[in-house]
Design a protein around this ligand. Structure first.
Ligand SMILES: [Cu+2]
Length: 184
């Protein structure tokens, strides 16, 4: 009977402690956006970088973000000459979004502009793709430099819905990393 009583006390103690833990989690600030390594797949044989580009992955910036990042806070780096395959998906339940690779320009365009690489843009660039619609971009990163992955729906990119693409002649493989956010 003594052991049962102790078990009951422990059970009560655990039960009492649980709400405290929940409250403690609720009090802390939401975690900063993190880079999920599974977004990027690398095929060295075909020299192809495959990237999952998700519009409105989180609620950040009114969902005007790619993969939870805004204003260049994420950079995909690929070696010069590699093929880039981007699987675009609009995760935003409210707004349409699109994506294109554009030159690193300032000020930011207010709508669609000519892409920096042939076919480096999604369908319905200006109107955007509706919630959970997908499209693929496939292009060869045949010119080095800094580029923007930019939402072409008017106003979105200028409001922060862009991240970065770097095409580098001095890296051995693709990578994706969080980078300082700011104006281009
Ligand atoms: Cu958008």
């Amino acid at each position: 009977m003594t052991s049962l009583s102790i078990a009951s006390i422990i059970a009560v103690a655990v039960g009492a402690a649980s709400p405290v833990v929940v409250r403690a989690q609720g009090d802390v600030a939401p975690p900063a956006a993190t880079v999920d390594p599974s977004w990027l797949q690398v095929d060295t044989a075909t020299r192809t970088a495959t990237f999952q580009l998700v519009a409105g992955l989180t609620g950040l910036n009114g969902a005007l973000n790619f993969n939870g990042f805004r204003d260049g806070g994420l950079t995909l780096t690929v070696p010069l000459g590699w093929t880039v395959l981007m699987y675009f998906r609009n995760h935003d339940g409210m707004l349409p979004h699109s994506a294109e690779i554009i030159a690193d320009t300032h000020p930011l365009p207010t709508g669609p502009v000519a892409p920096a690489f042939a076919r480096a843009f999604t369908l319905r660039l200006e109107q955007g793709l509706a919630s959970e619609q997908t499209d693929d971009l496939r292009f060869i990163a045949d010119r080095g430099g800094s580029y923007l992955i930019f939402c072409g729906v008017p106003g979105h990119g200028a409001a922060g819905m862009w991240v970065r693409l770097a095409v580098s002649g001095s890296v051995r493989g693709p990578s994706v990393a969080a980078t300082p956010a700011g104006k281009p």
